[in-house]
Design a binder for this molecule. Structure first.
Ligand SMILES: Nc1ncnc2c1ncn2[C@@H]1O[C@H](COP(=O)(O)OS(=O)(=O)O)[C@@H](OP(=O)(O)O)[C@H]1O
Ligand SMILES: [Mg+2]
Ligand SMILES: [Mg+2]
Ligand SMILES: [Mg+2]
Length: 371
């Protein structure tokens, strides 16, 4: 029998995202305790937050991929580095990362993944994080990782995602999104009713994944302490009337021009209020039919990074959706760390009809925008 294309890569990626998501759930719970906020969150040079979970997930994914595929020719493009974590003053933080990583890896066999013989030392952990310093490019295979996407949402007890993709010769072959706070009820996506401890909090958490060209995207529930037996097929929404469409976009005004996207939505006939959600959970919402449109129009000086989109794009496309830049072109993952040549913004829709209308709206309104 022929071995299924990318079977080991897909299997490993899905399992490690489950394991990494379990680390995030624990760290986010700790962050919500009033006594332990200090030391778990740091500010980067651009003032964006980074946490024990960002470094911890990067260490775990890097370590597992190296165990399964060999460290020699492994190329991983990922968001975090070891610069601030290896400073003498960060010893406490590094200790917290080490505890989180070793606690998670001690459960690795429950996820069908390799487990270290003894706990990883801080040198091993820094090495694993630091190994993810590839810059990608047009040739060869590159794993692309955003260990915690939407760190701001994570810190605020809200939505975030663990995002892992595999790119080969510039094309995204597979993508996995761990969405530990993804709610069963769509209304909870943007109103925080899934925040830990929120009254009446509902069941939540899933991992979504897809392989390029399969025509299928899948969702598994996130279950505590192990790997689930089942997966269900995802389907993007069949709604193609803008009046019925839900539009999602970044929470932070600094990350996307809310005024411009409101104008676009209005001009294409959207009536519902936008659903503002942190992270690649916006792609997840399109893939599983909870929203029809995702738009992100960052400032023109901002360059989008491949790890913020790779996994989400392939999952949406395989679920039946369409993702392009604002000029209607596919995103280019072949140019290294950045989505070079991106035309203005990112547009993901559940189908061709809405996508066509949105591209038309961009075309009509661009001239009058101040971007
Ligand atoms: N200035 C600016 N403009 C546009 N985008 C930026 C900007 N700064 C950061 N980022 C990236 O946005 C990622 C989070 O995107 P979101 O869509 O989740 O935004 S939001 O938090 O909901 O506002 C976020 O990902 P993480 O760092 O993984 O959280 C960043 O990569
Ligand atoms: Mg990100
Ligand atoms: Mg991140
Ligand atoms: Mg970040």
């Amino acid at each position: 029998m022929a071995v299924e294309f990318l079977a080991t890569e897909m299997e490993t990626a899905v399992r490690v995202v489950h394991l990494a998501s379990s680390l995030c759930v624990k760290v986010q719970e700790k962050l919500r305790l009033p006594s332990s906020t200090n030391g778990h969150v740091k500010s980067k040079d651009d003032d964006s937050p980074v946490t024990v979970a960002d470094w911890g997930v990067q260490a775990i994914v890097s370590w597992v991929l190296a165990q399964v595929f060999g460290g020699q020719n492994l190329s991983i493009v990922a968001e975090e580095d070891t610069e601030s974590l290896s400073k003498a003053e960060s010893l406490g933080l590094l200790g917290a990362v080490s505890s989180a990583v070793n606690e998670a890896l001690s459960e690795a066999s429950k996820y069908g993944l390799p487990k270290p013989d003894k706990p990883l030392g801080t040198t091993d952990i820094l090495e694993a994080i630091g190994r993810c310093n590839s810059v990608g490019g047009p040739k060869g295979r590159h794993w692309v990782l955003d260990p915690v996407d939407g760190t701001l949402g994570f810190v605020r007890g809200d939505q975030y995602a663990v995002a892992l993709a595999l790119i080969e010769n510039g094309k995204v072959l597979l993508g996995v999104l761990g969405c530990p706070n993804y709610p069963v009820k769509k209304e909870c996506l943007s109103n925080g009713c899934n925040k830990p401890g929120a009254a009446g909090s509902v069941s939540k958490g899933c991992v979504m994944y897809a392989k390029r060209g399969s025509g299928q995207a899948w969702m598994q529930p996130l279950i505590p302490g192990g790997y689930p037996e089942s997966a269900t097929l995802l389907k993007a929404s069949s709604v193609d009337d803008p009046v019925l469409a839900t539009v999602c976009e970044p929470v932070e005004r600094a990350n996307s021009n809310h005024l411009f996207t409101a104008g676009l939505a209005n001009s294409m006939g959207v009536r519902k209020k936008p659903m503002r959600v942190y992270s690649m959970v916006k792609y997840a919402a399109i893939a599983c039919g909870d929203a029809e449109v995702f738009m992100k129009f960052a400032q023109s000086s901002y360059k989008e990074k491949i790890w913020d989109h790779a996994a989400g794009v392939v999952i949406v496309e395989e679920a039946g959706g369409v993702v392009t830049d604002a000029g209607g072109r596919n995103l280019d993952f072949s140019k290294g760390v950045y989505l070079e040549g991106l035309d203005r913004g990112i547009i993901a829709c559940s189908g061709q009809v809405l996508h066509g209308k949105l591209i038309g709206a961009v075309y009509a309104s661009w001239e009058s925008s101040s971007l």
